[in-house]
Ligand binder design. Structure first.
Ligand SMILES: NC(=O)C1=CN([C@@H]2O[C@H](COP(=O)(O)OP(=O)(O)OC[C@H]3O[C@@H](n4cnc5c(N)ncnc54)[C@H](O)[C@@H]3O)[C@@H](O)[C@H]2O)C=CC1
Ligand SMILES: O=C(O)C(=O)Cc1ccc(O)cc1
Length: 366
């Protein structure tokens, strides 16, 4: 049976979902966005069958609607749904990073035609827009679903069936629980990453070359500070009370650390670091969470012109796609290390075997 699926908001996440859903030949895929250039891109690249700049016109045709706009816009679109006359049943879901305000609006929907299922794929990237959309973006990621009372088990199963090509893993969660957890492991770390960058930036006035010294650690911990500022501003304010509470806790924690440093409490500082290391090492880094983890392979290379290109070329010749490349500790005249990240274990192990055959020293950290 053919069904019409609407993706409302064709950016990084909406576009990536569309690239998966269009695999299903039983689906007529339509898109809505406020940006004409996005709609044009989606049509030209056959990401959607039809493109609309009017939400109402698009949604009345849909059997399933995926709201993939910023969280505050998603709330507005849900309010808009309440003023429309829908003459057939529709499953509505969203992908918003904060669930509270969205589910509040969804619970106020009074049309009996709407089955609302909150959603949040726990993967993404620092990029934005449809040009950054990728079919494999959500591979192995946790996909949180929060069905309202308006949605039956069959509705949830229908939505899951539509999202099968993404290869994500579904988890049912209460919205409040979701927002508390994501505030800790996703939203708050973004604020801290940005604050660390600001700290380095202000020290640059004293030490103009400070950025040249920034090694792997600083780059790792601040990677997410390169994310989309508009989206994160929206997330912080939509999850404002939880962010404020975490900031309060953090300030107390920093005061405590300052005291330990000022009074020379070496044992306590060491314990603090040991406890953090133990917990961090215990996290299953191979399973995708809010921060996608990749399968890394470390390759020793010599600092010669073209050394990096050679490694990439070898893997490209075997059609292996590298998700991230980082150069660690390259110094003139000595061996350097290349960290290659892959999307899955198979690519990681295959690359190791191929590079070994080509006489490279490689390591996979367990
Ligand atoms: N970026 C990420 O890593 C993740 C984002 N999310 C959530 O996904 C949602 C979308 O985020 P992204 O795709 O990253 O953002 P994006 O900026 O790439 O895409 C947002 C899209 O919504 C459109 N849009 C904005 N205002 C609109 C309006 N009034 N009407 C119609 N369309 C409008 C934009 O033109 C754009 O195409 C957000 O709610 C975000 O919280 C969820 C998981 C990961
Ligand atoms: O790229 C990263 O590290 C992310 O943090 C991606 C991300 C961004 C927003 C979400 O709601 C979920 C995941």
């Amino acid at each position: 049976m053919e069904q019409t699926v609407l993706v409302a908001g064709l950016g990084l996440i909406g576009g990536s979902l569309a690239l998966n859903i269009r695999e299903n030949k039983q689906v007529r895929l339509i898109g809505y966005d406020s940006s004409y250039s996005t709609l044009e891109y989606a049509k030209m690249n056959r990401i959607v069958d039809e493109a609309y700049s009017d939400f109402a016109e698009a949604v009345i045709q849909a059997d399933v609607c995926i709201l993939a706009a910023p969280v505050s816009v998603t709330v507005e679109l849900i309010h808009q749904l309440n003023s429309l006359t829908l003459n057939k049943k529709i499953i509505v879901t969203d992908v918003g990073s904060v669930k509270g305000p969205i589910m509040e609006a969804a619970n106020e929907l009074d049309s009996p035609s709407i089955a609302y299922i909150g959603g949040h794929p726990m993967a993404g990237s620092h990029k934005k827009g449809i040009q950054a959309a990728k079919k494999h973006l959500l591979e192995n990621a946790i996909y949180v679903l929060s069905p309202t009372d308006s949605a039956s088990t069959e509705d949830v199963q229908r939505l899951q069936a539509l999202l099968i090509p993404t290869n994500c893993k579904f988890v049912l969660l209460d919205p409040e629980e979701h927002d508390e957890m994501t505030s800790v492991i996703s939203h708050f770390p973004h604020l801290i990453a940005s604050s660390l960058v600001h700290q380095a930036r202000s020290w640059q006035k004293t030490h103009p070359y400070i950025h040249k010294l920034a090694a792997g650690g600083f780059r790792d911990i601040t990677r997410i500070a390169s994310s989309n500022p508009l989206m994160w501003r929206d997330i912080f304010f939509q999850n404002r009370s939880k962010m404020s509470r975490l900031l309060e806790d953090w300030i107390q924690e920093m005061k405590h650390l300052k005291e330990l440093i000022d009074t020379g409490e070496k044992t306590q500082i060491q314990q603090y670091l040991e406890q953090a290391r133990e917990y961090r090492d215990g996290l299953d880094t191979r399973k995708q969470g809010a921060i996608p983890s990749y399968y890394d392979l470390y390759v020793d290379i010599f600092d010669q012109p073209g050394a990096i290109l050679k490694v990439i070329e070898i893997l490209a010749n075997h059609d292996i796609s590298i998700k991230n490349i980082e150069i660690l500790e390259i110094r003139e005249g000595i061996t350097g290390v290349l960290r290659l990240s892959f999307q899955n274990k198979n690519d990681q192990e295959l690359s190791q075997a191929i590079l070994k055959k080509n006489h490279y020293d490689t390591v996979i950290e367990e």
